[in-house]
Design a protein around this ligand. Sequence first.
Ligand code: PPS
Length: 293
Amino acid sequence: MDRLDVTECFAGIQFPGHLHTEQSLQYAKEFRFKEGDIVIATYPKSGTTWMQEILTLIYSQGDPEVATTIPNWVRTPWLEHTYFKETLKDGEGPRIITTHLPSEVLVPALQNSKAKVIYLARNPKDVAVSYYFFHKLAKFLPDFDSLPEFVEHFLEGKVHYGSWFQHVKGWYMQRMNFDLFYITYEDLHKDLRRSLKKLCRFLGCPMYSKELDNIEHHCRFEIMSQNPMVNCTLISSEIMDHNKSKFMRKGVVGDWQNHLKEEESAHFDKVFQEKMSDCDLQFVWSLENSEDT
Ligand code: PPS
């Protein structure tokens, strides 16, 4: 069942019909989390795959065996996907569950659970650019003629998985209600070692420095982009056209500067200020001057 051209609407949000059905989304909404479950929650293109790899490596104490032999969608399955039920395993370690669902869908299930949530956010200009190129690669996402056209839809929240603004604010606001660790893609870039230590502390996983060295090494972009278990090259060209773009595309902070014109960036800033005015979140837009907004 490919359903590449189908759009599934759930909780007022559009999802690709490929791997998402009314039933799979409802199952996700009512999922019974267990104590010890770890949930990676992200808006698309925020570094989800990076976090999946980091958690895999934390729970293998830096040994790359699992990360290089088991696809990431098996070891850290997506809660809302049709295959989730069959894929989620009760293994020796904690169950690592990934989701792009917005907080409003999952809060009822999570607030009565003892699951730990890691929310990873990324500056929205880089998210938008990465997401645009992903639309070229992924045949289960709609076509857009140009980046400005896509950015307009993105700013209005009229893209699959909904509004970036609502997603980030919605999850961030839940940090008082359950065990939630908020971190950004840019934090991982700026100081991976420090971010790993903070994550390990949150997860209650003491780590030797040699193990941290190994985790740092194996989750580098250069290594991950060559790993078929995460770089999506195992996915057939009927579902992803690997000639159009790469899943592990650039992996940098500030690539938007190569794609958005000055006036497009200024318009983006204006919408960002308006939509984020009720929130104290800061974002790093480039690492050259580490300018926070
Ligand atoms: S998805 O489809 O939502 O699961 O995509 P997601 O994994 O969230 O985001 C993909 C972007 O993350 C980049 N990425 C990395 N950057 C730096 N280091 C590492 N190790 C890494 N792994 C993934 C990936 O390249 C995508 O960003 P862009 O900007 O398109 O390169």
